[in-house]
Write a protein that binds this ligand. Structure first.
Ligand code: ATP
Ligand code: MN
Ligand code: MN
Length: 372
């Protein structure tokens, strides 16, 4: 049940759920949402999950509004805006900025954790540990011999410069061609679908996400190890973390969103040659002729394709709200593998994303409208 705004609100019936809103990349309230996301991130760093989600939810709701918010009156009665959020927005309208946000941005701890967590493989827990040891820069981390880095973090530091640069659409397309050709050797029936931010229409991403499937039960077994072997033999595999499938047809969908799914998947860093990227052939730069790019591959069984596609297309906030909506409004459990109706104790089948929206009694939201 979407909550209605007051009669004078220009935005009636904005839902508290991102999966009942259409959120394109055209964010008219970037000043407000950037501010709220700084606070959310700061709470994430101190592992204060409640306040973190509160600010993320508020930012996500504001991203869906079809026009800029001009005053505090505009947003009266809209969902997801708690007193803390309202205070921040009021500050921005009255003073041009929020003192609370400014304080966080100049906070040494926030600044340091922001740098540390920008390394592939470094989460808030590790970043916090390094901060408490008095470390303040990436140079200090790599030169401190008493720090033990895992395999993922070693790769993260080694390729830091490249993988902290955004990946362009043209680069993503070049990666798609490479993976497509290699996967085609495994089976001519492999289909490869772009998911994640690029499927939502983003021009740039922090990585490239693909879903690979082969028609026929169990036909995807061994697909990703074969792809990884090929990348390695071509000399373009810089890092790989392969995770075997632990998928079980009978398991109920998981309630916790943060949990990984059980499909066969891998997190990679690959070497992308400049000449493979359309528009970069002419470039004759000195030094390296390649760039390290982060690539995620997931290979679900074909009968779970729709759930995996919906789950990997994001945005994270959209996914959270799909699950929350299913649970609280429909008494159903949704995750990347399945949709389970707790009222009838049955799994609901789906061939397409549209089928899942229909089961949930939701209007279909196109991928480019899921930038919540
Ligand atoms: P960006 O453009 O910055 O990459 P993105 O939306 O593509 O943004 P990703 O971190 O690549 O962000 O994640 C894409 C989607 O895949 C998200 O919706 C996320 O929920 C899902 N996802 C990512 N990692 C996993 C995982 N290990 N298990 C299950 N789902 C995941
Ligand atoms: Mn991505
Ligand atoms: Mn990803």
């Amino acid at each position: 049940k979407p909550e209605a705004g007051p009669p004078d609100s220009p935005w009636l019936n904005v839902s508290q759920y991102a999966c009942q809103r259409r959120t394109t990349l055209n964010n008219r309230n970037k000043i407000l949402t950037d501010a709220l996301e700084v606070l959310a991130e700061n709470y994430e760093f101190i592992e204060s999950i409640g306040p973190c989600l509160g600010f993320r939810r508020a930012a996500s709701m504001l991203k869906s509004l079809p026009a800029p918010v001009r005053s505090i009156n505009d947003i009266e009665g809209l969902p997801c805006l708690g007193p803390e959020t309202m205070a921040v927005i009021q500050d921005i309208f009255e003073c041009g900025s929020s003192s609370k946000v400014e304080e966080v941005l100049t906070d040494e701890r926030y600044q340091t954790l922001k740098i540390f967590t920008s390394v592939f493989g470094v989460g808030p827990k590790t970043a916090e540990k390094w901060y408490r040891r008095g470390l303040r820069s990436l140079e200090q981390i790599v030169s401190d011999s008493s720090i033990h880095l895992n395999k993922m973090q070693i790769a993260g530091f080694k390729h830091y410069e490249d993988i902290s640069k955004p990946v362009s659409k043209a680069e993503a397309e070049a990666v798609r061609r490479i993976i497509e050709e290699i996967a085609g050797c495994f089976s001519p029936d492999v289909t490869i679908t772009v998911t994640g931010g690029f499927r939502r229409g983003k021009e740039f991403g922090h990585d490239v996400d693909f879903l690979l499937t082969v028609p026929g039960p169990g036909k995807e077994d061994g697909l990703l190890p074969a792809v990884i072997d090929h990348l390695r033999s071509q000399g373009i595999l810089l890092y790989s973390d392969f995770q075997e499938s632990t998928f079980d047809l009978t398991r109920l969908p998981c309630r916790r969103f943060e949990a990984m799914d059980h499909f066969q998947k891998c997190f990679l860093i690959v070497k992308l040659k400049k000449e493979q990227v359309v528009g970069q052939q002419a470039e004759q730069r000195c030094g390296r002729d390649w760039k390290a790019v982060r690539v995620d591959l997931v290979a679900p069984p074909v009968e779970r394709y729709a759930f995996a596609l919906l789950g990997w297309s994001g945005s994270t906030q959209f996914e959270r709200d799909l699950r929350r909506f299913a649970r609280l409004e429909r008494n159903m459990l949704l995750d990347n593998h399945a949709l389970f109706d707790k009222t009838t104790n049955t799994f609901l089948q789906a061939k397409t994303e549209e089928d899942i929206f229909i089961h949930l009694g939701l209007d279909y939201i196109e991928p480019w409208q899921r930038n919540a």
